[in-house]
Design a protein around this ligand. Structure first.
Ligand SMILES: Nc1ncnc2c1ncn2[C@@H]1O[C@H](COP(=O)(O)OP(=O)(O)OP(=O)(O)O)[C@@H](O)[C@H]1O
Ligand SMILES: [Mg+2]
Length: 191
């Protein structure tokens, strides 16, 4: 059984297609850690401590807003935050593109912080490799895209069709990968 406690101070990448269970997982995590902040591009995390960016599309303006939040809130308050979540993290940390300064800062500085950082996206292949490769845990809900599954398999050596079927066909399951081994997990439904 997994517990929110095991994610304390860890970096997480949470991926899954629409309806797979990402938001439910985040709720499960944030309820346990009331000292949290979530960058909520999709305006999904009602009832939690969240920052709603005015700009929502990928680009310089959204990056600047992220930069401001990081420098004016997250960094100064880092001792008081247990979780910082970034929803639609692919908009700030897109694959195969130059990462904005704030993105690099977050990845570099936060290694020395006592904070869980959760990067959330629909598809693994959309996220910058620096984010995926430095994560302590990958939480992978349903993925069906060729590139996403290929990246999943390259990350998790030994991942076979049976495991992939478990996330593709059984509702709200996810693969939990800790850099060495993986298991199929599920968290309770949150209301
Ligand atoms: N572990 C679970 N057990 C039962 N139901 C779940 C579980 N996880 C999610 N659900 C239900 O499935 C639906 C979709 O879940 P959720 O909103 O978490 O998906 P999502 O991955 O965030 O999707 P989107 O990409 O559209 O935001 C919700 O109604 C939610 O209550
Ligand atoms: Mg969601």
């Amino acid at each position: 059984m997994i517990s929110p406690e095991q994610f304390r101070n860890k970096h997480l990448v949470i991926v899954g297609l629409k309806g797979a269970g990402k938001t439910n997982f985040i709720k499960w995590l944030l309820r346990y850690y009331p000292r949290h902040l979530i960058f909520d591009v999709l305006r999904e995390h009602k009832g939690f401590n969240r920052y709603l960016p005015t700009h929502r599309q990928r680009g310089e303006e959204l990056n600047q807003e992220f930069n401001l939040l990081l420098n004016k809130v997250v960094i100064p308050k880092r001792e008081k935050l247990d979780v910082f979540g970034v929803d639609e993290a692919n908009r700030i940390f897109p694959n195969r593109e130059k990462m904005p300064a704030a993105g690099l800062d977050l990845i570099d500085f936060s290694r020395h912080w006592s904070m869980c950082i959760a990067f959330i996206a629909r598809r693994l292949a959309q996220l910058h490799t620096d984010v995926v490769e430095t994560a302590n845990y990958v939480v992978a809900f349903k993925q069906t895209g060729f590139n996403d599954l290929r990246r999943l398999a390259s990350l998790m050596e030994g991942l076979d069709d049976v495991m992939r079927e478990k996330i593709s066909f059984q509702e709200h399951n996810f693969i939990l990968f800790d850099g060495n081994s993986f298991s199929i997990e599920k968290v309770p439904k949150m209301d």
